[in-house]
Design a protein around this ligand. Structure first.
Ligand SMILES: NC(=O)c1ccc[n+]([C@@H]2O[C@H](COP(=O)([O-])OP(=O)(O)OC[C@H]3O[C@@H](n4cnc5c(N)ncnc54)[C@H](O)[C@@H]3O)[C@@H](O)[C@H]2O)c1
Ligand SMILES: O=c1ccn([C@@H]2O[C@H](COP(=O)(O)OP(=O)(O)O[C@H]3O[C@H](CO)[C@H](O)[C@H](O)[C@H]3O)[C@@H](O)[C@H]2O)c(=O)[nH]1
Length: 332
């Protein structure tokens, strides 16, 4: 039996496809290449198409023997979701509905889903546990919460089991050097800091230094993309052995401030990284750090690339060799 990976040409999806292939899985990738890259798909069968297209989904489930879906395909820019929430309900919520309906038509009973720390909003305590309050402060997080609830009701009605993985801040790149992070536009801190180290940007903007944290900048929990990829493989295994549906945080349980990330990047790169302090970014909670105890205990997840310098080092290697991402590939 094989796995369908929606959004498998994107950043986290492509790393998960690589992990599945390493384990000898049959993989079909469905991506409309809105953000994804053909070159990021290291194997399997890539279908260029949209999760909202019922014909494409029916075709895939008819032609391939698929028992599980890993669902990454979504829009995920917090700022854009605030100015254009309709786009997020259309692609994320309607897209997931289209996928679940197709799974139901074809008797596919397992789904692993990309959720986010943004489902919590302003946390009530740190580290955050899965049972904590979920009150998203942006439309993106709200759509992810809606998709989690949709899966709950599809399980109730159609016995489709789900594992929802709430990632904190994904970072780093694959050890092969072949795949890494290439978003357009790029909004994430670590790639922007490294593009500044490369001289592609004049400075890194720090969004607010007046938060109630030790150095005034926001604290996040950075998790290596390959550790995230491993969690998806474990989640599929959990469902295949008859495990129950559930929601799991994925993070390292350690928080780093924006200033600490920049300092670590200076050490790793040995380059100057000019900083400009700017206003706070709307919708940013001060501190987001995960408790991933549940994923460790129930899925057997054991993230191994947890040092911030190592995560930045692996991203740096990717950015140095691919300064223009996949577009300007330079495989030195
Ligand atoms: N990057 C992070 O730190 C982070 C954190 C938490 C959650 N997530 C979630 O993880 C998932 C993957 O994130 P990413 O950073 O790899 O994003 P990404 O944009 O690199 O990957 C998403 C992929 O989905 C594809 N896609 C989008 N809409 C589609 C559609 N309608 N049909 C087919 N393909 C479609 C895109 O082309 C892209 O390749 C997303 O669902 C995101 O919300 C990401
Ligand atoms: O140029 C920048 C970019 C980011 N930041 C700060 O760096 C931290 C990390 O920002 P990212 O944009 O890298 O990531 P977020 O913490 O905003 O992540 C959120 O959005 C992601 C999707 O883009 C995930 O869904 C994640 O779960 C959700 O919390 C934030 O405090 C942000 O304000 C800056 O100071 N300058």
């Amino acid at each position: 039996m094989g796995v369908l990976v929606t959004g498998g040409a994107g950043y986290i999806g492509s790393h998960t496809v690589a992990s599945l292939l390493e384990r000898g899985e049959e993989v079909v990738i469905l991506d409309n290449l809105y953000q994804g890259h053909r070159e990021a798909v290291l194997g399997g069968t890539l279908v260029e198409g949209d999760i909202r297209d019922t014909g494409v989904l029916d075709d895939i489930f008819t032609k391939h023997s698929i028992d599980a879906v890993i669902h990454f395909a979504a829009n995920s820019l917090v700022g854009e979701s605030m100015s254009n929430p309709g786009k997020y309900y259309e692609n994320n919520v309607y897209g997931t509905l289209s996928l679940l309906e197709a799974m139901n038509r074809h008797g596919v009973k397992k789904i692993v889903f990309s959720s986010t720390a943004a489902t919590y909003g302003e946390p009530e305590r740190i580290p955050i546990e899965e049972s904590d309050r979920t009150e998203p402060t942006n439309a993106y997080g709200e759509t992810k919460l809606a998709m989690e609830k949709m899966m709950k009701w599809f399980e109730h009605a159609h016995d489709i089991k789900y594992v929802s993985l709430r990632y904190f801040n994904a970072a780093g790149a694959h050890e092969s050097g072949k795949i890494g992070e290439d978003h357009n536009p790029e909004t994430h801190l670590i790639p922007l800091v490294l593009q500044t180290a490369l001289g592609k940007r004049k400075h890194i903007s720090v969004f607010g230094d007046d938060y109630s944290t030790a150095d005034g900048t926001c604290i996040r929990d950075y998790i290596h993309v390959s550790d995230l990829a491993d969690a998806h493989v474990l989640a599929v295994a959990h469902l295949r052995r008859g495990g129950t549906s559930g929601i799991y945080n994925l993070g390292n349980g350690q928080g780093f401030s924006v200033k600490e990330v920049i300092e670590a990047a200076r050490k790793v790169t040995g380059r100057e990284i000019p900083v400009q302090i700017e206003a706070r970014r709307a919708g940013d909670p001060a501190v987001l750090v995960a408790s991933s105890k549940k994923a460790r205990e129930e899925l057997g997840w054991n993230p191994s690339r947890d040092r911030l310098e190592d995560i930045i080092e692996s991203a740096w290697s990717w950015h140095q060799h691919h300064p223009d991402g996949y577009g300007g590939k330079d495989n030195k």
